[in-house]
Design a protein around this ligand. Structure first.
Ligand SMILES: Cc1ncc(COP(=O)(O)O)c(C=O)c1O
Length: 300
């Protein structure tokens, strides 16, 4: 289905990523002949790959990293989508690079292990060709419940459903509708809404922090919940929407209307009611010193 020769099942998303990192390093030393303990993983600014130690060592999220040091060495960061910078890194350090870790769409918490487990069973998977996968031999890596029968059955059924019910195509079609609704909301509230963006149903709406102040994306999500829609804030100014792929076109419209009503009816009251001296969270990344949530540096 994915074009790889082998699959190594794990449980959580972070565990899958950890496994991939270990595999990349092992391949790097055995096949690429990287000198001992010098392997480098390149990862992207603003990434999210879970909460284990190796994974948070690449994080730009201070909340995820502060208080958990020392972090695992052996990383170089690159801006998401900057192919020129990535090429430069490979030219300068290519002989020691064991892998490049990135999300196809940066979501700061999103979809990987969840879709495979149908949203109910923890299961993640690492895919590789034999040349890479067999660098890890029996006893060198594993997990008690990785590949357990229930999770494996669920993963296979989940992939069948995604294919048979054409959920990826469905996400693409409904996503167009959702984006259309969000663009209308942006046009109606140009002061509040800075940008809408997305791919399929995986969408986000970014607020203008000044006009939203002192309200945060979290407050918006709480009001949306009161009106019957669950959405997740990403930092102070982004509301991310990851609706279920099985939802109907009418439900897409209903969900968008809830967001519209929160902006029209609730937001002005929230702005009046919330103290203006509410603390705001620090957004300067400890690693690269940038404000990640500036207009120029954004996650979905
Ligand atoms: C892109 C991505 N990678 C990895 C993870 C980590 O998954 P888990 O929480 O199952 O460890 C997540 C979880 O939200 C994620 O969105």
């Amino acid at each position: 289905m994915f074009g790889y020769e082998m699959v190594l099942p794990m449980n959580t998303g972070a565990e899958g990523v950890e496994t991939a990192l270990k595999l990349a390093r092992k391949w790097g030393y055995e096949k690429k002949k990287i000198p001992k303990n010098e392997a480098i993983i390149v990862s992207c600014c603003g990434c999210f790959h879970g909460r284990t130690l190796a994974v948070i060592s690449m994080s730009c999220d201070n909340e995820a990293t502060r208080g958990f040091g020392p972090l695992v060495p052996g990383h170089i960061k690159v801006d998401f989508g900057d192919a020129v910078a990535l090429e430069k890194i490979f030219k300068e350090h290519g002989d020691r690079i064991a892998g490049f870790l990135f999300e196809p769409i940066q979501g700061e918490a999103g979809i990987l292990g969840k879709a495979l487990g149908g949203g109910v069973i923890p299961v993640s998977a690492v895919l590789a060709d034999k040349d890479v996968m067999l660098c890890i031999r029996p006893g060198e890596h594993g997990s008690t419940f990785g590949g357990n029968p229930l999770a494996s059955a669920v993963a296979i059924a989940s992939l069948d459903v995604i294919q048979e019910e054409k959920l990826a195509e469905r996400s693409a079609h409904l996503g167009e509708e959702l984006l259309c609704q969000l663009v209308k909301i942006k046009e109606e509230f140009p002061n509040y809404v800075k940008e809408v963006r997305g791919r399929g149903l995986f969408t986000a709406l970014e607020f203008n922090s000044k006009s939203l102040f002192p309200v945060s994306a979290y407050d918006i999500c709480l009001k949306m919940k009161e009106r019957g829609v669950l959405a997740k804030p990403t930092h102070d100014t982004i509301v991310r929407l990851t609706p279920p792929l099985c939802m109907s076109r009418d439900e897409v419209k209903e969900g968008s209307k809830v967001l519209h009503d929160v902006l029209e009816l609730d937001l002005p009251n929230m702005q009046k009611a919330k103290p203006k001296d509410s603390p705001t969270t620090a957004t300067i990344c400890d690693r690269c010193g940038r404000n990640l949530y500036d207009p120029s540096d954004r996650a979905l």
